[in-house]
Design a protein around this ligand. Structure first.
Ligand SMILES: Cc1cc2nc3c(=O)[nH]c(=O)nc-3n(C[C@H](O)[C@H](O)[C@H](O)COP(=O)(O)OP(=O)(O)OC[C@H]3O[C@@H](n4cnc5c(N)ncnc54)[C@H](O)[C@@H]3O)c2cc1C
Length: 362
């Protein structure tokens, strides 16, 4: 590992949970950081997310390893920034699939050594006494949690500012300039900013071109609906992943729910109509609770690189340019920020990122 290079000027484009995490980690390693966002601070997808922090679902071992370690790193960030108002580590009860798929999921988790327990009816009933539709079995994954990702991003941005970093919203970045074969500045709608390194954490906008950069990331973004209710007393204890709705309760008692898992919205059904239907599904699943009242409905766009996997590391063809684009960015954000900062400022290329490099889209 090479020596830490101090006082590198790092510009991070995007202030969602990924950009904020990268910036904080770069600052921790001695860089002077500036975060620029074309819109309001805290991100776009990060504000429309279900926010489930988990390693339950990973298509391959490398992706599982990344996600699994990410849970630990998120816990450390929680302790450092006292994020208790923005997140909970309540664990998950999962029974989205049944039969063979359920058995296979439990087998995969067990094989990977992931903390998970098969619960039967009576155990589920005890853990979730307000559940009316109790499944015969469910998988309990105890180390997981959920966050209001935009609030977490804003808390991280506050920390960056406290430590002397610059954070600016409403500054669209339009291009990157280079000199002597490497990044020298970013161009914005309000002027040019000199830098040694630029990190593109632009979420679903990753496929948009920037002047001076001959590379964009092909994306397969998709939509999902997220709704929030008015606060109720705390009645559910876990993130509940049921066959037709995912839901959880925030610390203030509001429910957060998501439904469209495959990314296809039905143009013939309005978001409000769908949200109302989801609410009544949740109401039916629970007993002895007050009426759920819809407070907010959001259609979010998941930033999904074309092959579905995270894209993290050096941008092909431009020294000093890096990127970090992914779905499951809530789970992965704090850890990915640390990995990327270490690579940029310490020259350490983590083997955990081997399969997730931008160069596969060169
Ligand atoms: C419906 C839904 C459910 C989800 N559920 C989960 C979940 O349960 N668990 C999980 O881990 N993840 C989940 N995700 C994914 C997760 O929310 C995202 O992966 C994560 O928020 C991405 O963060 P980000 O910082 O990359 O993007 P964003 O939060 O979108 O931030 C990107 C920022 O870049 C800015 N930007 C873009 N272009 C420019 C430019 N040219 N100049 C300046 N600024 C620019 C944008 O304004 C934006 O603020 C979900 C997402 C959605 C939509």
């Amino acid at each position: 590992m090479s020596d830490v290079v101090v006082n590198q000027q790092v510009v991070v484009v995007g202030s969602g949970i990924i950009g904020a995490s990268v910036a904080l980690a770069c600052q921790d390693l001695g860089a002077e950081v500036t975060i620029l966002d074309k819109g309001l601070l805290g991100g776009i997808a990060s504000g429309n997310s279900f926010g489930w922090i988990n390693a339950s679902f990973a298509e391959n071992q490398a992706y599982f390893d990344l996600r699994n370690e990410a849970l630990e790193r998120f816990r450390a960030l929680d302790q450092r920034l006292s994020l208790e108002n923005h997140m909970r580590w309540q664990g998950t009860l999962w029974w989205e699939d049944m039969g063979h798929d359920f058995a296979e999921q439990f087998q995969v988790l067990t094989k990977r050594g992931y903390p998970s327990k098969l619960l039967k009816y009576s155990e589920i009933e005890t853990l979730e006494p307000h559940l009316r539709e109790v499944p015969d079995q469910a998988i309990l994954t105890t180390t997981e949690g959920a966050a209001q990702a935009k609030s977490v991003a804003l808390a991280i941005l506050d920390e960056v500012k406290r430590n002397g970093g610059t954070v600016r919203g409403c500054v669209p970045v339009t291009g990157i300039r280079q000199a002597a074969g490497r990044v020298s500045s970013v161009q914005t709608e309000v002027g040019e900013l000199l830098c040694d390194v630029v990190v593109l954490a632009t979420g679903a906008a990753a496929q948009s071109a920037l002047i001076g950069l001959d590379w964009t990331l092909p994306m397969a973004n998709n939509e999902g609906i997220i709704l929030q209710t008015d606060p109720l007393p705390q009645v559910i204890q876990h993130v509940l992943m049921t066959p037709d709705v995912h839901f959880r309760q925030n610390l203030d008692g509001s429910f957060v729910a998501g439904q469209i898992f495959n990314g296809e919205t039905n143009p013939n059904v309005s978001a409000i109509a769908l949200a109302s239907e989801i609410i009544s599904r949740i109401q039916t699943k629970l007993r002895d609770i007050p009426k759920l009242r819809l407070a907010e409905v959001k259609i979010g766009i998941r930033p999904v690189p074309l092959d579905g996997m995270p894209v993290i590391g050096a941008v092909p063809g431009l020294v000093g340019a890096y990127t970090a684009i992914m779905h499951s960015g809530v789970t992965l954000g704090p850890f990915v920020g640390q990995l990327l900062a270490s690579e940029i400022l310490e020259g350490y290329a983590s083997p955990l990122l081997k399969l997730f490099r931008p160069v596969r889209f060169a």
